[in-house]
Design a protein around this ligand. Structure first.
Ligand SMILES: [Zn+2]
Ligand SMILES: [Zn+2]
Length: 250
């Protein structure tokens, strides 16, 4: 087993709030500069730029994971990571079926671009992505798990769109393998964030909206190789794979 650095929460130009330079080639270059072996592409309620970032990363040694940052009915942000593009595409269809069909307000939120691996614009997603689905947090956790994915509530220490800001605490029976703390959290003091974090496996990621933020917060995973299957084992604490930042239930 070897240590691999991961940033599981990176946005692209498909997120209206992300910088215009969050394009596949730049993201991969930034990941290489930060020694990342694994990068999770997690746009708001969308995964249509994952394939382009994966293609831009071919033969670089960076493993790009298919993901999404889903917004639950309670307005909790949840990272959903999947084994491959096919599962992620099916999940995308499922999420679109649970998002209100409203147009994006580009002036208020920003433009949502689908791009290819050469950073060329393929299309503009005109659907409102920066909104909540009608899926509960528990439904998202169960459905992602059923598809062989990983559901990880995002930036639990943030004062908005987090499980603690929306629910007040982390339900002890929530069926997720790990929680994410934000780049600003001190990994030495998870309990200072909230007592209900005691005992949970934690990962830390950047939530990068700008190239300079990619890898600004990272998690060290002990894995056989940098793949989704290995990451899933580590997040679940199985077969000796593990998260280095781990307090409590290991
Ligand atoms: Zn978020
Ligand atoms: Zn985010």
């Amino acid at each position: 087993m070897r240590p691999f650095l991961a940033d599981l929460h990176v946005h692209t130009v498909l997120s209206p709030c992300a910088d215009d330079l969050m394009l596949p080639r730049g993201i991969v270059a930034a990941a290489l500069r930060r020694d990342l072996s694994l990068v999770g592409i997690c746009d708001h309620n969308a995964s249509e730029n994952v394939a382009a970032v994966q293609a831009a990363a071919v033969q670089t040694g960076v493993s790009v994971l298919a993901g999404m940052e889903v917004t639950s009915r309670e307005e909790v942000h949840v990272l959903a990571l999947f084994p491959d593009l096919e599962v992620a595409a099916a999940w995308q269809g499922f999420v679109y079926g649970h998002l209100p069909l409203l147009p994006n307000n580009e002036r208020a939120f920003g433009v949502q671009l689908v791009v290819d691996e050469r950073d060329e614009i393929v299309s503009v997603d005109e659907r409102l992505l920066l909104t909540a689905t009608n899926l509960t947090l528990a439904e998202i956790a169960a459905e992602v798990d059923r598809r062989g994915g990983l559901a990880i509530p995002a930036h639990v220490d943030r004062p908005a769109f987090s499980i603690i800001s929306q629910l007040g605490f982390v339900p002890p029976d929530l069926a997720v393998p790990a929680l994410e703390v934000s780049a600003r959290a001190n990994p030495e003091e998870p309990r200072a964030i909230h007592p209900s974090l005691a005992g949970w496996r934690l990962v830390q990621s950047s939530d990068a909206h700008f190239l300079g933020q990619v890898g600004a917060a990272r998690t060290l995973f002990w894995l056989e190789e940098p793949t989704f299957a290995e990451l899933r084992l580590a997040c679940r604490g199985e077969q000796g794979r593990r998260i280095e930042y781990c307090w409590g239930r290991g």
